[in-house]
Write a protein that binds this ligand. Structure first.
Ligand code: NAG
Ligand code: NAG
Ligand code: NAG
Length: 394
């Protein structure tokens, strides 16, 4: 099975690419106005950076940088004193209005905010924005309490709508861009351990399901369909099929469980379609497992009905799995390369399926012709000689 080996290698490459991430550092950056900050950190999402200096009286000077800025977007960085996430965020917002960069403060009191200007719960004596070389920077001075050494931060980017901030995307990095910021630590750290562990869990969920439901299951179905035409591969195909489907099922249940856990942990956004299709898949997969245990004998009169049922559910699972993996890609919103890698796997499997389908039909028709030459009176062709050919085209 040289094909399955290659798929295994591709899957391993996928996992290792997800685990390693490209590091970017804020420490070497020079501001055009020669501002200096004692600390900075690469934020874990949206490719932005926060630089700051904390004075012992609690005053905080910050520079929030978005290097990959489009002038049709707005950016915001906020600290949330009483809670985490968006509601309660004391925000610094900036965008380009009438071709000049414009920055202001906005307290966020609900998810339906329009980020209207307003004063924050602490005073902000200075706030300005700079837009140059495709980069947008917010400079601000925040007068915080001197006892505050760790704050909850949240940052965001969204499109302008009618010249003012419009609703930001609610998928991928846009719902993960929050965490805590240790104002005292001079060294760089990521957005927050709770956030990055959630990102890691979502990635693990994705990889487990792409490998199991998305790759092993269709591969196992192909083994059953295309290997059993060869008498020599009987009963090897059956054991390979069972091995593929049951390992796919075990990994798939692990992937499914991580998904259910992620769904129950997420208090803000619910992905109903993805979740419902996932639960349906788990039920159908479990049904297939019982179908294996309860299958009637080859010569049993109900075997034909069992075959129809087993195939129908099997194809249903494959179609729903692929659909749900693409739903998952939309939610997780990973770099384009992951989606392309999976499309590559599908093209690879699809190409082999088409080639093998053609080969199978060729063999079956040839066998039929040979047998009708041998036994011209036997109109039943293939079925009269052996059952292998007939079973392949159910
Ligand atoms: C806090 O300290 C800094 C630096 O010494 C100073 O510039 C700033 O005015 C002080 N802020 C307040 C509110 O006293
Ligand atoms: C946070 O809580 C404190 C004390 O309960 C309250 O005085 C303050 O207004 C709250 N801040 C915000 C932004 O809601
Ligand atoms: C940008 O627009 C706001 C109103 O939407 C206005 O108050 C502000 O002065 C404008 N800023 C610049 C730099 O044009």
């Amino acid at each position: 099975m040289d094909g399955s080996l290659r798929i295994l290698l591709v899957s391993c490459a996928l996992v290792s690419m997800l685990v390693s991430s490209s590091a970017q550092t804020c420490g070497s950056y020079t501001f055009s106005n020669n501002n200096l900050y004692t600390s900075c950190t690469d934020l874990s999402e949206l490719g932005s950076f926060i630089h700051w200096t904390r004075h012992t009286n609690g005053t905080l000077e910050i520079a929030y940088r978005q290097p990959d800025f489009s002038s049709t977007n707005w950016i915001a960085w906020a600290i949330n004193l009483n809670s985490t996430g968006m509601v309660g965020a004391q925000s610094l917002v900036a965008y380009v209005n009438s071709s000049a960069p414009y920055a202001y403060t906005s307290p966020v009191s609900s998810y339906s905010t329009t980020l209207a200007p307003g004063s924050l719960s602490f005073s902000v004596p200075k706030i300005e924005a700079e837009n140059s070389n495709g980069e947008m920077i917010i400079y601000a001075t925040l007068e915080l309490s001197s006892s505050l050494t760790t704050v909850n931060q949240v940052w965001q980017e969204g499109p302008l709508s009618g010249g003012t901030p419009g609703t930001h995307s609610t998928t991928g990095e846009h719902v993960q861009s929050m965490g805590t910021l240790d104002l005292l630590s001079g060294q760089t750290s990521t957005g927050g351990s709770a956030t990055s562990s959630r990102v890691r869990r979502r990635n693990i969920h994705g990889v487990l399901n792409v490998v199991s439901w998305g790759t092993l299951m269709p591969l196992g179905a192909m083994i059953a369909r295309y290997m059993k035409v060869f008498q020599a591969a009987d009963p090897a195909w059956f054991y390979l099929h069972v091995a593929c489907q049951s390992s796919g099922y075990i990994v798939g249940v692990a992937g499914w469980a991580t998904g259910i856990k992620l769904g129950s942990d997420s208090s803000t956004v619910q992905y109903d379609t993805h979740r419902n299709v996932g639960i349906t898949l788990f039920c159908l997969g479990t049904l297939q497992l019982f179908a294996l245990l309860l299958r009637p004998n080859k010569d049993h009169k109900y075997r034909l009905y069992w075959n129809i049922y087993h195939h129908a559910i099997g194809y249903c699972i494959i179609i729903l799995s692929i659909f749900n993996i693409f739903e998952g890609f939309d939610i997780l919103d990973p770099e384009e390369k992951w989606k392309r890698a999976y499309i590559g796997i599908l093209i690879f499997l699809g190409f082999f399926a088409i080639m093998l389908e053609a080969a199978t039909w060729y063999i079956v028709i040839k066998r039929k012709r040979e047998s009708s030459e041998k036994y011209p009176q036997n109109g039943n062709g293939v079925n009269g000689v052996n059952g292998h050919g007939a079973r392949t085209v159910v």
